[in-house]
Write a protein that binds this ligand. Structure first.
Ligand SMILES: [Zn+2]
Length: 325
């Protein structure tokens, strides 16, 4: 570790305007040193980090980086980090998301921009661009007995034998009210309770309380399929099985999401956090995921896509044939 990197000492004196926390996710905790104001901000941050919980530091590490603007703010194993004193909540969330992306990758876990839904023995990864309709499709699947397990970010693990597994995700489940009212008019009242009309512009609601998390100790579900969605108004859904290369590209794009975010106030580039060796590992894991599971791409209304997915899973006998043209 060079001098520009994080010095981790055994016992640093604590200043009252800073705090130390252990952020626990799927693996060993990440030690954080940051502004004391974070203490009040955790409830707004944690629902957007995968399977995260936070406690006052008990790991014994005290990270003290001092003021090094533009310098390294995390250690090489992504086990400790320092957040700048004036960091705003949303930027702290983005920085932590990128750090956890790397920390999990170091443990062989992919972080995917995706919603996971499960029913019985099946769990499906829903991929799609921002605003592409992952959440709407998850709600349409909910009407068919599927349970959303992660709202926006999902961790996927790769057991030595067997299919990739869902290893947890973000608990927040944020809907765009206007989109729910437009695409799911018959069910919107279930999700927009207490609201007479959706907020016209940027109305968003977190409805995660409608989807209680699985009880602790529930085994992590095996993934059955990947569905890339783009919701639009055509009534009859178009479903295709893209070739291996396109499937890999789409999974790879979803796996880089946490690095491609732009911070609002604190000027820090997130992409360089990922070391080249980790990027290569991400290429390998995303290729494995795309090869291991049936991959479908869907266009249509959320309900039409949901119905087609149920049909595909009912009739599955391995990977579907690629659509011919
Ligand atoms: Zn600690």
């Amino acid at each position: 570790m060079n001098t520009a990197e994080l010095a981790v000492a055994g016992s640093q004196p604590q200043s009252p305007d800073h705090g130390d926390w252990d952020l626990t996710t799927a693996g060993e905790p990440l030690h954080l040193h940051g502004p004391a104001a974070l203490g009040d901000a955790w409830p707004r941050i944690l629902p957007h980090l995968p399977v995260a919980a936070v406690n006052p530091c008990s790991c014994g590490r005290r990270a003290d980086l001092g003021p090094v603007p533009g310098g390294q703010w995390f250690d090489e194993r992504f086990a400790a980090a320092v957040l700048p004193g004036a960091v705003e909540t949303d930027d702290a969330r983005r920085m932590l998301g990128a750090l956890l992306h790397c920390r999990h990758l170091g443990q062989g876990l992919l972080t995917l921009h995706s919603v996971v839904v499960a029913r019985g023995d099946d769990a499906v990864l829903l991929l799609g661009g921002h605003g592409g309709g992952k959440t709407l499709t998850a709600l349409a699947l909910h009407a068919r007995g599927w349970q959303p397990l992660s709202g926006d970010i999902s961790l996927v693990g790769f057991p030595r034998n067997g299919a990739p597994r869902f290893r947890g995700g973000t608990s927040g489940f944020v809907i765009r009210e206007e989109a729910v009212a437009r695409y799911l008019p018959d069910r919107a009242h279930l999700y927009l309770r207490g609201k007479n009309a959706p907020t016209p512009s940027h109305g968003k609601t977190d409805i995660s309380s409608l989807f209680p998390p699985p009880s602790p100790g529930t085994p992590s579900p095996r993934l059955s399929a990947v569905l890339h969605v783009r919701v639009e108004t055509r009534e009859s859904a178009v479903i295709e099985a893209p070739g291996q290369h396109l499937a890999h590209s789409l999974v790879y794009q979803a796996s880089g999401r946490q690095l491609d975010r732009v911070t609002r106030r604190h000027p820090v580039a997130l992409r360089p956090l990922e070391p080249a060796a980790y990027t290569r590992r991400r290429l390998v894991l995303t290729s494995r995921l795309a090869a291991a599971l049936p991959f479908w791409s869907a266009l249509g209304t959320p309900e039409a896509i949901a119905a087609r997915l149920d049909g595909l899973l009912a009739g599955r006998s391995g990977r579907p044939r690629a659509a011919t043209s």
